[in-house]
Design a binder for this molecule. Structure first.
Ligand SMILES: NC(=O)C1=CN([C@@H]2O[C@H](COP(=O)(O)OP(=O)(O)OC[C@H]3O[C@@H](n4cnc5c(N)ncnc54)[C@H](OP(=O)(O)O)[C@@H]3O)[C@@H](O)[C@H]2O)C=CC1
Ligand SMILES: Nc1ccccc1C(=O)C[C@H](N)C(=O)O
Length: 468
């Protein structure tokens, strides 16, 4: 059986291990961190995950869908909190029953690692850092970090070299799932005709928590809570333990201007999110902002996603995106499914399968990257606009009449597996129809008004009957 080397045991690396385990391949996974199942506290990002159709389909293929979905909290709508702290509006995500699922990242990651490890042909090497890749030899260099327990973040010093040992590893296939700051991708930057772009957006985020109230959820649990305030926004997603993870997204300039000392940050929360302020509590807000700095958000694209005859990038290593569509994990999971299907088509031809993967997947990855950026505008501002609400209602209405033909943008992205690039094509023709429809309505209104006005003027000139 062939051997696949996977860099990174995060969400996408661990799921890929499950896929290849099922195929009976020899699987070796090299992960920078310690085994998260043995860690008391996991450092790093923890913006809530929202599992939707693409992610569910991939989990289904490795037999984990039902178990994972049952561990999450379903969310059927956005609940938009107004600035008065008392009134809300509800925007359902799709047709009745359609929902996304709030999932704990750590638990999901642990379950997938355990599932993959059930197969004797799978081996995880924790505390092993992938340093680089050699395209000509089709090998990677891995450094064992035996004595290093802390992961250096950008700007921190690397581990002492005397603590480490290096080895070169060969495989039939190498898949880089080592996240947004992928070492594999970095070592491919000089590869001819490799395109790469990245952008740190102007906005950052800080995470807080709402605790249960008398052992119950302090807010309605089956919705995505949203406090859109124009150029910044607050969200809250429920966790199974009845807490909520709350995240504020705002421009770094806003954090500096209004949230850099305790008095300011408390005033800011009290004024903009009065109901959330009460539930978070002033001590928790003050404490969090005194300890935590706003974290940056990166968006990156590259093409192709494969190199030479046996190297592939997947998940954040290929297409880290801003979190606003809740599609980062779903897209990464779908990557595994798409490649698995392609490998079924070309089981004996890895080089061909890689080319085919780049051919179909790069455009989809670029598209969801852009859509994720667009959804930020929706979450912080557009949801309050009448034109947005009318369009949403119109889309839902047409979807009820023509469920197969007219699928709203959000539903295509979230509740279907229509390729992301096709989603945007569909949305374009829908926009054309809506704009023609608007023109017809405007023209008919203008013609109607002119006709009524002319008739009224004409009536005034004609003497009434009884005058004859
Ligand atoms: N909501 C959340 O909290 C998070 C969500 N996600 C979502 O999950 C999706 C898929 O994530 P995925 O692509 O798996 O990326 P991840 O960042 O989840 O996983 C990458 C893994 O590889 C590790 N790693 C990084 N560099 C190396 C290296 N040189 N050698 C070995 N291991 C390394 C990372 O450790 P380290 O983390 O220390 O760099 C991490 O454990 C993302 O698109 C994102 O949307 C991902 C992370 C957090
Ligand atoms: N998980 C997230 C994390 C951060 C920001 C947004 C999300 C979402 O899931 C947004 C949801 N899909 C929405 O459009 O309402």
């Amino acid at each position: 059986m062939p051997t696949v080397i996977i860099a990174g045991a995060g969400l996408v690396g661990a799921l890929n291990a499950c896929f290849f385990a099922q195929r009976g391949w020899n699987v070796q996974v090299y992960e920078y961190r310690k085994d998260i199942r043995t860690m008391a506290h996991v450092q790093g990002r923890s913006i809530n995950l929202a599992l939707s159709q693409r992610g569910k389909s991939a989990l289904e293929a490795v037999g984990l869908r039902e178990y994972i979905v049952n561990q999450g909290v379903p969310m059927y709508a956005r609940l938009v909190h107004n600035k008065d702290g008392k009134t809300y509006s509800r925007q359902p995500y799709g047709r009745p029953g359609e929902h996304i699922v709030s999932i704990n990242r750590r638990h999901l990651n642990e379950v997938m690692i355990t599932q993959a490890e059930k197969c004797p042909n799978v081996k995880f090497f924790f505390e092993h850092k992938v340093k680089n890749v050699d395209v000509d030899k089709g090998s990677i260099t891995v450094q064992s970090l035996a004595k290093v327990s802390r992961i250096p973040r950008p700007g921190q010093s690397p581990p002492r070299t005397e603590d480490t040992t290096e080895q070169t590893i060969q495989g039939d296939l190498i898949i880089a799932c080592d996240g947004a700051y992928s070492a594999v991708r970095r070592s491919l930057m000089t590869f001819p005709r490799f395109n790469y772009s990245q952008e740190y957006i102007e906005h950052g985020y800080v995470e807080l928590n709402i605790l249960p109230k008398s052992d119950e959820f302090a807010l309605e649990e089956n919705v995505f809570h949203l406090w859109p305030r124009g150029h910044f926004t607050l969200i809250a997603l429920a966790n199974k333990d009845k807490t909520f993870t709350v995240t504020i997204f705002a421009p770094f300039a806003e954090f500096e201007k209004h949230m850099s000392n305790t008095t300011d940050v408390l005033n800011f929360f009290r004024e903009n999110f009065p109901d959330a302020y009460e539930l978070l509590g002033r001590d928790h807000i003050a404490d969090t902002f005194s300890r935590v700095k706003p974290q940056p958000l990166i968006s990156l694209k590259c093409a192709p996603h494969h190199f030479g005859d046996n190297i592939l990038l997947m998940g954040d290593a290929a297409h880290a995106m801003v979190p606003f569509y809740g599609q980062g994990m779903n897209c990464g999971f779908e990557d595994c499914l798409v490649y698995s299907d392609i490998l079924n088509q070309y089981p004996m031809d890895i080089p061909r399968s890689l080319k085919e993967y780049s051919r179909v997947r790069v455009k989809d990855a670029h598209t969801i990257n852009d859509l994720a950026m667009y959804n930020y505008e929706e979450l912080r501002d557009l949801v309050n606009h009448t034109s947005y609400k009318l369009r949403k209602k119109f889309d839902m209405w047409l979807n009820r009449i023509m469920p197969e033909t007219w699928i709203p943008l959000y539903s295509m992205v979230t509740f279907s597996r229509i390729p992301y690039s096709k989603v945007v094509e569909n949305r374009r023709w829908q926009d054309k129809i809506v704009s023609r429809f608007n023109k017809i309505i405007c023209t008919s209104t203008v013609v109607g008004v002119i006709a009524v006005a002319s008739f009224a003027a004409y009536r005034q000139k004609i003497p009434p009957f009884n005058k004859f």
